[in-house]
Design a protein around this ligand. Structure first.
Ligand code: FES
Length: 78
């Protein structure tokens, strides 16, 4: 009897954490691709993806959500 080879599922090692009023923290072996299909530089073990729309360097969180939240401005992600 032949046992089929299993391929490791890279997605199984990916974890996404929703930060209250902040970014999505993505941990694991991922590639981030822009709307034109090119891979974005900046591979790290953990990336923070903006979901408030206020970042100055999309799609990465640059901390702008903290200032906006303190000032009561911007979209407040949930
Ligand atoms: S979530 Fe941090 S700048 Fe948007």
């Amino acid at each position: 009897m032949t046992v089929p080879a299993t391929t490791p599922d890279p997605a199984a090692d990916v974890q996404i954490t929703v930060c209250a009023d902040g970014p999505l923290l993505v941990r694991g072996p991922i590639r981030v691709v822009g709307e034109d299909g090119t891979e974005l530089p900046g591979r790290r073990a953990t990336v923070a993806l903006c979901r408030c729309g206020l970042t100055g360097r999309p799609p990465w969180c640059d901390g702008s959500h903290k200032v906006a939240s303190a000032a009561g401005r911007g979209r407040r992600p949930r």
